[in-house]
Design a protein around this ligand. Structure first.
Ligand SMILES: Cc1cc2nc3c(=O)[nH]c(=O)nc-3n(C[C@H](O)[C@H](O)[C@H](O)COP(=O)(O)O)c2cc1C
Length: 253
């Protein structure tokens, strides 16, 4: 994965105020080219990125940006994890390029954009554009995140170094619904169990969140000179901590 993205992990933030001027055609072309060459989590899943402008999007929440990246995906197993993994590479790339961005979990494209996408379904979008508020954090202390002790149950030494960039990953309503257990070479990822009340909204968003965390995990491991291979198993590879379901195992060498 592009190492430029690693540095962005420690500075990025969601940008919710934008100048509404369009970015230059060259900037859009660069972003579009980058989107077409991202590393997928699940290469067997067909995904397309589409670009939209303000006016083509319906968002109930008051975040307005001049541009949007829409992720359309085949609905195969794990497609939401894959969408989070891909979209987070864009979030980090935009931040690294000095462009503001924000995941928008509840925004929807207008009907005419959704039609005729080769059978791919609209999955999630990010808004982006020139920031009209600070674009970066100056220090890791400015991230509001759970402490490592709440998300890391990995046996042995060294997990904190690997997982610190993962701890900083963004998530819907900052829920951080992930945990990590197993060992450093066979690392299992868990996702918070949801109450029936939260399930209808957060079952979808939390899978995207875990895909985002996996993107940060790969960047962190590669930064440490390691290689990651992720495998989704049908049944639990190891018993997750109470309150979590097993999602995926990352083999890290
Ligand atoms: C899947 C997903 C959906 C999100 N949806 C929204 C949204 O609809 N509106 C919004 O303002 N922020 C949204 N966010 C941004 C989160 O609120 C934000 O990432 C989190 O609070 C952490 O803050 P940070 O990104 O500034 O580090 C979303 C984030 C994710 C990962």
């Amino acid at each position: 994965m592009d190492p430029v993205l690693y540095d962005a992990i420690f500075r990025r933030k969601s940008v919710r105020k934008y100048r509404m001027d369009s970015l230059s055609p060259d900037a859009i072309e660069d972003i579009s080219r980058y989107a077409s060459a991202l590393e997928p989590l699940c290469p067997e899943i067909d995904v397309q990125f589409e670009f939209a402008e303000h006016g083509e999007i319906v968002n109930l929440l008051p975040v307005k940006s001049p541009h949007y990246i829409l992720i359309f995906s085949e609905r195969k197993d794990n497609y939401l994890y894959n969408a989070g993994f891909l979209g987070q590479q864009m979030d980090l790339y935009l931040s690294a390029k000095g462009v503001g961005s924000c995941w928008l979990g509840l925004a929807k494209p207008q009907e005419q954009i959704v039609k005729g996408r080769d059978g791919l379904d609209f999955t999630i979008m990010l808004g982006f554009g020139e920031a009209a508020e600070p674009l970066h954090r100056d220090d890791v202390s400015q991230f509001k995140r759970k402490p490592m002790s709440q998300i890391c149950f990995v046996e042995g030494e060294g997990a904190e170094e690997l997982l610190e960039p993962v701890r900083l990953a963004p998530s819907a309503v900052n829920g951080q619904p992930w945990c990590f257990y197993g060992t450093l070479s066979e690392l299992h990822v868990g996702r918070e169990k949801l109450s029936p009340v939260r399930y209808p909204i957060f079952n979808r968003l939390n899978q995207i969140d875990v895909g985002i965390a996996l993107c940060h995990l790969v960047l962190s491991a590669e930064h440490m000179g390691k290689v990651v291979k992720s495998e989704f198993f049908d049944s639990e590879k190891a018993k997750p901590p109470p309150g979590y379901n097993y999602v995926v195992t990352a083999y890290i060498e």
